[in-house]
Design a protein around this ligand. Structure first.
Ligand code: ARG
Length: 468
């Protein structure tokens, strides 16, 4: 800039050397990202400080210049954090806003910070650092939510409830088992964020515009200063890769899908027709016209949030699709999608954690519902196989006939008399009644991963250890 004194005031002070006029106002509006990428200020300053320190260590900058830059950047940081910083749209983005203010504070050495660097590798490193933090936030949010589900599971290892397929009564299960199903899902979500974090933890800084740099930089030094495992190995890939953001969005989408499924269960379970759970006042709202209402708004919103997160995922895939190497301005559209998805996910995780911690299972209702709908029909068929050595297909048929008989009599399976049962299959004895109760039904499901309270208690113990 000092070498281009003829650049008109209206041209960009960072790159306006060859420009005779400034941009059209609408160009400024479409081009600027400062409105949203100001969120990267801390990462931008950390990246610049690491870069300046490295430039000094390699003799590319004098240590006094690097010190002035490092100190000046801390001043900029405190101004932004205090809310005193004036962001300028004319300066396009966070990178140029920070550098321009640095120039005002420290003068000439500020212009040396951008040696051996480009905004292309700068934004790549800033955004990776930000996304890496969000992976950490998702991991801790998921851990808290898993703990909330685990506490529910521990309290109700042996509470019986209906298990569903097709939302039709299938077989009795235990509350603890149902809660632990979500712990399993969330554990996979967590591992996806851990995995994505590990893969994204390479530092693109030093790729410069796209080809690397002729300056003798030390990329290992900046990589380790910023907590990366290593520098990225290909400069072209470094500035054009947004896989880390896509992986974050994909992991967020799967996680939000899981949240939406439990949200839907809460909506169903808290209805007057089901009454499986009570949601606390903290997570419900009333109606302005119907005084009896307690609406599960938080659960409904959690059911909906995947719409936004998946929308962001599809948007970024669409932005990246077909982009020739390397950087293109299209990629500036990555940030708002990831910002919104991350904000949405963190809020959703916190809300779900609160709701799960607060919800109360109506044990009596669950138990009564578990016993209805011929839920122990499979136990009856299994008994016919075990006790009478019927082939399972025949046992299934006999049981089906008994279910039809109970349905016709308007009763449940345990209410059929022995002679009724024997009219369908002469070999049936009174012993059959022992398998028709829901408690015995769940207790008998002792296979590994099954719903018996014993197995569930073992899994609770395993998860308690894993989450400790
Ligand atoms: N604001 C830009 C972005 O978010 C920074 C990189 C700009 N690079 C460039 N060559 N114009 O992508």
């Amino acid at each position: 800039m000092t070498n281009s004194p003829k650049a008109p005031v209206s041209a960009n002070q960072m790159w306006g050397g060859r420009f005779a006029s400034g941009p059209d106002a609408i160009m400024t509006a479409i081009n600027a990202s400062i409105g949203f990428d100001k969120r990267l200020y801390a990462q931008d300053i950390a990246g610049s400080r690491a870069h300046a320190a490295m430039l000094a260590a390699t003799g590319i900058l004098t240590s006094s210049d690097a010190e002035a830059i490092g100190e000046g950047l801390l001043t900029v940081l405190s101004e932004i954090e205090a809310g005193n910083f004036v962001f300028s749209e004319a300066l396009e983005d966070i990178h140029m806003n920070v550098e321009s203010r640095l120039k005002e504070i420290i003068g000439e050495p500020a212009g040396r910070l951008h040696t051996a660097r480009s905004r292309n590798d700068q934004v790549a490193v800033d955004f990776r650092l930000w996304t890496r933090d969000q992976c950490d936030a998702a991991i801790s949010g998921l851990t808290a939510l898993m703990q909330a589900f685990l506490a529910q599971a521990e309290a109700g290892c042996d509470w019986v409830m209906p298990g569903f397929t097709h939302l039709q009564t299938a077989q009795p299960v235990t509350w603890g088992h149902h809660m632990l199903a979500y712990v399993e899902m969330l554990a996979r979500d967590k591992s996806r964020f851990e995995d994505a974090r590990r893969r994204m933890n390479e530092c693109p800084l030093g790729a410069a515009a796209l080809a690397g740099t002729s300056f003798p930089i030390d990329r290992h030094m900046t990589a380790s200063a910023l907590g990366f495992d290593r520098p990225t190995a290909n400069s072209l890939d470094s500035v054009s890769d947004r896989d880390f953001a896509l992986e974050f969005l994909a992991a967020s989408s799967i996680c939000a899908m899981h949240l939406s499924r439990f949200a839907e269960e809460l909506v169903i379970w808290s209805s007057a027709q089901f009454r499986f759970v009570r949601l606390s006042d903290k997570w419900t709202t009333g109606s302005s016209i119907m005084p009896q209402k307690k609406n599960p708004d938080a659960a409904e919103l959690l059911r909906a949030k995947l719409g936004r997160i998946l929308g962001a995922t599809v948007a970024l895939f669409t932005i990246m699709k077909g982009l020739a190497l390397t950087y293109s301005k299209d990629m500036q559209e990555d940030k708002e999608q990831v910002f919104d998805a991350a904000d949405t996910l963190m809020l959703a995780l916190a809300a779900m954690t609160g709701m799960v911690g607060d919800m109360t299972a109506n044990r009596d209702v669950l138990a009564a519902s578990a016993a209805s709908g011929f839920s122990t029909a499979t136990d009856l068929a299994d008994w016919l196989v075990r006790a009478l050595n019927l082939p399972f297909r025949d046992a299934h048929h006999v049981t089906g006939t008994l279910v039809a008989m109970a349905e016709k009599n308007g009763c449940d399976l345990p209410d059929l008399s022995l002679s009724d049962m024997q009219s369908v299959h002469a070999g049936i004895t009174t012993e059959v009644y022992s398998v028709l109760g829901v408690q015995n039904s769940v207790r008998s499901r002792m296979s590994y991963g099954g719903t018996s309270p014993t197995r569930v208690a073992e899994q609770v113990a395993r998860w308690k250890q894993l989450l400790a």
